[in-house]
Design a protein around this ligand. Sequence first.
Ligand SMILES: [Zn+2]
Length: 129
Amino acid sequence: MYKDEIKNVKPHDGNAVLNAGAVNYLPAIKPKRVGCLCCGSNVETHLPMDTVLYMGFGGWMITKNGELFYMADSNLEWEQFKTLADIEKAAKKDTKADWRAVCDTPLYGEVFQRQRGKWVLVEENAGFA
Ligand SMILES: [Zn+2]
């Protein structure tokens, strides 16, 4: 059941829109939890804009076209880390780029890709431990 659902997940706007730009959008994956905590979507899970992009023993990286765009210094205080909203300001100005938010911790990993203004879950993994 779960595997079939993954195959059938389609991006909201269809392939025509997806192929129009330079970014190769990955298919949104069905999250293990049901529905999106930020907006209730049951098709995609989005990363909330107030997500704190912390770095400690594991944490967040933002990549742009496969290159590191932002990774916090792990010595920063919690209030000093950027949030996804800060990154979104830059991403909005360069929507043709492939923006990804990569969470990597000892216990789990997640990858979100910016697709039409939302950061969509495209990968879950077991982390680096
Ligand atoms: Zn959402």
